[in-house]
Ligand binder design. Structure first.
Ligand SMILES: NC(=O)C1=CN([C@@H]2O[C@H](COP(=O)(O)OP(=O)(O)OC[C@H]3O[C@@H](n4cnc5c(N)ncnc54)[C@H](O)[C@@H]3O)[C@@H](O)[C@H]2O)[C@@H](O)CC1
Ligand SMILES: [K+]
Length: 494
């Protein structure tokens, strides 16, 4: 595996095809040779991950992904492995057909696939059914094959893309192969990192197939994979006034927890001061639980206005509600023209009463909120999260975080970053409130909206992973993230 500078870039399927064409036309490397290199890289990957494997079954689809599979099976046989091939359809295209013939000429047998076929006992299955060419849900017979593969319990190596996953969007419109490892060729496909796709890809390994660095020159991807980083150490002379003052607004009747979590995360995210504007009934509990928070009884817009002059950043939405109280505070907050993070009911109110945000703003919708903001359903968001997050950022002229596995961050110019961290233990109440507080704290410490959103998302997800590493995913709760968050923020953990 070569270390290329483009490794953090994520490409659309069209961009990957353009890179393939460039390799073929400009570098003069025939497509069939690329296929041979892909197969060789895949065999190395198989042996790295499963050094004891002796028996393998390779499932080859009709296109070039299937071609990769035939050549891998041929190489595996030459290397002394037992490799059986199953092909549900005829090969299409010159390279795939040639690859199939090469496998057969070497003595390999291509088994047809139908429901009566009994899959052999193998150490590893290799999925070469579909790659970047998949346009729609897997056909019923292929979906049945995929279920049978899973039922054997043996691990799966997917070539380029787990079949059934849309490499462009991360959507899985039907059945898909659940891979343990996906070895992906030439460039990272953006769809492998977001939405439901992370649940199918397993560990992703990128193989550049020995192509020279010049191939990627001026061929930038569509998105970038977030890299771990944090803020530099504080100057020794800093005082609390240098680190901003977050004012968290929310916590209607019955939702004290949301605003407390937001405020506490802003403190752990390094804000100099954190005030909370909330209902009077929450003050005693907030003060006793977290005395560092300055909790204020805010019964309406005037009380909020009195707090605004001291605030440098607003966090608007956790537990805000959509009633008269929440709506009045929301309007006052938006009119304050302070940098802000908008979340939860702050976003739901915006969906009902659209307006442009005139200040540096970060919006943090989950797919349900994103759907309300765009006036569509959540399935439409899931079908193309990249398009959804870009449209939100453009429409509201804000930096937008689209939450969910593989969170995306977009700015109004269309830049997108993808978060590779996080785990299903984080799908519990309060996690979003923490993110709001962290992003607000980073804005307060001088980050611009893009930095605050991308760093906030990455710290939040990595804190979740660290917390899950110690105690497991089930039963993980939002406050478990606060201590690891602090360690990560200070560069004490990686
Ligand atoms: N051309 C190149 O430069 C290289 C291509 N490579 C491999 O080629 C793959 C792409 O190959 P292809 O473009 O041939 O695409 P695929 O092999 O992914 O599949 C395309 C075929 O499937 C059909 N198809 C699409 N969706 C379907 C569905 N839902 N049900 C049934 N049939 C469907 C298409 O009509 C086409 O025949 C990559 O993922 C990679 O594995 C590698 O060999 C490396 C180099
Ligand atoms: K595949």
């Amino acid at each position: 595996m070569t270390a290329h500078a483009h490794r953090h870039e994520l490409y659309t399927v069209d961009q990957v095809r353009a890179l393939d064409r460039r390799a073929i036309e400009q570098l003069g490397i025939p497509g069939y040779e690329l296929m041979q290199r892909a197969a060789a890289a895949a065999l190395v990957c198989l042996r790295q991950h499963w050094p004891q494997a002796r028996r393998t079954a390779v499932y080859c689809g009709p296109g070039n992904n299937g071609g990769d599979g035939f050549l891998l099976a041929a190489l595996a046989r030459e290397a002394g492995l037992h490799a059986e091939v199953f092909a549900p359809a005829e090969s299409r295209g010159d390279d795939a057909t040639r690859a199939r013939r090469e496998f057969e000429h070497g003595g390999g047998i291509v088994n047809a696939w139908n429901d009566a076929v009994v899959l052999p006992a193998v150490d590893v299955h290799v999925d070469a059914l579909y790659g970047t060419g998949l346009q729609r849900a897997l056909a019923a017979d292929v979906a049945a094959l995929v279920r049978r593969i899973h039922a054997t319990g043996a691990p799966v190596l997917a070539l380029d893309v787990p079949s059934g996953v849309n490499a462009d969007t991360g959507d899985v419109p039907g059945e898909a192969v659940q891979a343990d490892v996906t070895v992906t060729f030439i460039a990272s496909k953006r769809g492998l990192y977001t939405g439901v796709a992370p649940g199918y890809v397993g560990a992703v390994q990128l193989e550049s197939l020995g192509l020279p660095e010049t191939l990627w020159q001026n061929a930038h991807g569509d998105a970038e994979l977030m890299q771990p980083w944090t803020l530099p150490p504080r100057p020794r002379q800093s005082h609390k006034g240098n680190n901003g003052h977050v004012l968290a607004i929310g916590g209607d009747h019955g939702t004290a927890g949301a605003i407390r979590l937001c405020g506490e995360a802003a403190l752990r995210g390094g804000a100099g001061l954190v005030s909370v504007a909330t209902r009077a009934e929450h003050l005693i509990a907030l003060n006793s639980a977290r005395p560092e928070l300055m909790a204020h009884d805010v019964n309406g817009p005037q009380a909020l206005e009195a707090l605004l002059p001291r605030a440098t950043v607003l966090a608007v939405g956790p537990g805000l509600g959509q009633g008269a109280w929440g709506h009045a505070l929301w309007l006052t907050a938006l009119d304050a023209h302070l940098p802000m993070v908008l979340d939860a009911d702050g976003l739901n109110l915006l969906a009902q009463e659209p307006r442009q945000l005139s200040v540096p703003a970060v919006m943090t919708p989950h797919p349900g909120e994103a759907a309300r903001l765009l006036g569509c359903d959540t399935a439409t968001i899931g079908a193309d999260r990249f398009a959804a997050v870009r449209e939100l950022a453009r429409r509201y002229q804000a930096v937008v975080v689209l939450k969910g596995a593989g969170s995306l961050v977009a700015d109004p110019e269309g830049r997108v970053a993808v978060c590779p961290w996080g785990n299903p233990g984080m799908a519990t109440g309060g996690m979003g409130d923490l993110l709001t507080g962290i992003v607000a704290a980073l804005l307060a410490q001088g980050c611009d909206a893009w930095q605050a959103a991308t760093l906030g998302v990455s710290l939040h997800a990595r804190a979740g992973d660290l917390a899950a590493r110690h105690g497991g995913e089930r039963g993980l709760i939002a406050t478990d993230l606060l201590e690891p968050l602090r360690l990560l923020l200070n560069g004490r953990e990686s």
